[in-house]
Design a protein around this ligand. Structure first.
Ligand SMILES: NC(=O)c1ccc[n+]([C@@H]2O[C@H](COP(=O)([O-])OP(=O)(O)OC[C@H]3O[C@@H](n4cnc5c(N)ncnc54)[C@H](O)[C@@H]3O)[C@@H](O)[C@H]2O)c1
Length: 443
């Protein structure tokens, strides 16, 4: 099949590359010229395990191409994916400008029947708007042309994106045309051999499924974070509680780890957008607002623990931070908990030495230059390099190399042996036995 993917970010690049790997001919389009120039050389704009090798192999095989405009695509596509960003607008609703711009381009350049697939996360009703925009453009061209708009939200997790894409738990497809259904079945056949894992539904149902899935996961996290605050106050170890409830198959172990708040490009904006959708439909989203409020407070739990130990003025103290990305396995810094921690600590005059296996370049782009030029923030070359003369270590992202640290080396390097464990990675007793002062979440 000839496929075009509009938007070559985390989702578009993974989608395009994986479909190329499955034998399709794919062109990924992005308005960011620098990104496309790099991609043509096999240079990736993001860190995603295994993606660079797949991009290189498919570029070499001629199945994957990159371009800055749909106008330049020679092969008539059977399917065009829209995989552009849908960030939060000022009022919290999902900003549809990029999706509608992509739709406008599609209307300007398609010449034959094709299936337009919304892969971006979009509120209910947007597929219909995409269809109207395409029709408007076709009308300007005096063209009568059939097309179908399908909703096929993406559920991949950054850090495990290729595996999630190639072996998905389920595929959600919202459509209303038999022709589009047969094309979508052909497309997904190689990765979805058991038909019970493909769910066909109406377009609005598919659009809503994505938001409800993310809101449910965010709710689990916020619920457990709230329980961790209560456990801590009552002298209960939330980790024992977590294991106790996770063993109940009705609850399960996923997404109940207490921590320092959820971040990333999806949960925060999707919870906000669902709140807005509810309000626009005269529903008071009491629970969703609380999920968001808990997450706001949870991101401030770690800095508060630091102030409780050292006092409000951190002048003269050197704090090491391990992990900056919003979760392990990615360099994505969007809405990362580390951003709040850095802001809080630097505002109180701490000197920060941070280390992350892959996210430091992205972090540097997002953080104020003055933090670095003034020496308040330094990026270390190695995880233990960040600990030189440190008064404390704060673990924010649970990358694997941080899980079993060399405590003897740490003792030799640190000025004070204090650990704030934002992801409950360490055994408190073991650290206490090794002469560390330990602070976890909810324990
Ligand atoms: N990142 C994830 O883990 C994830 C997972 C599931 C769903 N999603 C959803 O997928 C969508 C994309 O997310 P992302 O993280 O890949 O975004 P991203 O910001 O990484 O990438 C979006 C890309 O689209 C490009 N773009 C914007 N307008 C364009 C246009 N008119 N034509 C061509 N390119 C254009 C941008 O330059 C950018 O490179 C969002 O709706 C998001 O909610 C993301």
């Amino acid at each position: 099949m000839n496929i075009v993917v509009v938007g070559a970010g985390y989702v578009g690049l993974v989608t395009g590359t994986c479909f190329a790997e499955l034998g399709n001919f794919v062109t990924c389009i992005d308005v960011n010229h620098e990104k496309i120039a790099d991609l043509k050389q096999g240079k990736l704009p993001i860190y995603e395990p295994g993606l660079d090798a797949l991009v290189a192999a498919n570029l070499k095989a001629g199945r994957l191409n990159f371009s800055t405009s749909l106008k330049e695509v020679n092969n008539k596509p059977t399917i065009i994916f829209i995989a552009v960003g849908t960030p939060s607008d000022k009022d919290g609703s999902a900003d549809m400008q990029y999706v509608l711009e992509a739709a406008r381009d599609i209307g300007k350049y398609i010449t034959d029947y094709c299936v337009i697939v919304d892969k971006s996360t979009v509120p209910v009703g947007v597929a219909e708007k995409v269809g109207l925009v395409i029709k408007e453009e076709l009308k300007k061209r005096n063209l009568i042309l059939q097309f179908d708009v399908v909703s096929n939200p993406e559920f991949l997790r950054e850090g495990a994106a290729i595996d999630d894409f190639m072996r998905p738990d389920r595929i959600i497809i919202g459509l209303s045309s038999e022709k589009a259904k047969s094309i979508m079945l052909d497309l997904y056949h190689p990765i979805m051999r058991s038909p019970e894992k493909i769910f066909f539904m109406n377009v609005p149902d598919a659009e809503m499924t994505k938001y409800v899935a993310n809101a449910m996961l965010a709710t689990k996290i916020s619920f457990m974070n709230e329980m961790s605050v209560l456990c801590e106050r009552m002298g209960v170890d939330v980790e024992n509680v977590r294991m106790g409830i996770g063993a109940d198959s009705r609850i399960g172990n996923a997404f109940i780890n207490p921590g320092c708040g959820y971040g990333g490009s999806c949960f925060p904006k999707d919870v906000k957008a669902l709140i807005k959708m509810a309000e626009l439909n005269d529903v008071d989203p009491i629970l969703l607002k609380s999920v968001e409020a808990r997450n706001y407070h949870q991101k401030r739990v770690l800095p508060k623990k630091v102030f409780n130990h050292f006092g409000e003025d951190l002048k003269g103290l050197k704090i090491a931070i391990w992990g900056l990305s919003f979760k392990p396995g990615t360099d994505d810094m969007r809405e990362a908990s580390s951003l709040v921690l850095l802001e809080e600590l630097i505002a109180r005059n701490a000197i920060i030495h941070a280390y992350d296996p892959v996210a430091m370049p992205q972090a540097q782009k997002m953080l104020p230059d003055t933090w670095i030029s003034s020496g308040q923030l330094t990026f270390a070359e190695h995880q233990y390099g960040a600990l030189d003369d440190a008064d404390a270590l704060v673990l924010v992202t649970e990358w694997k190399p941080f899980c079993y640290p060399d405590l003897t080396l740490m003792k030799n390097k640190m000025r004070q042996r204090i650990i704030f464990d934002g992801r409950n990675q360490y055994d408190p007793q073991h650290l206490k036995d090794s002469d560390f002062v330990y602070y976890g979440i909810g324990r």
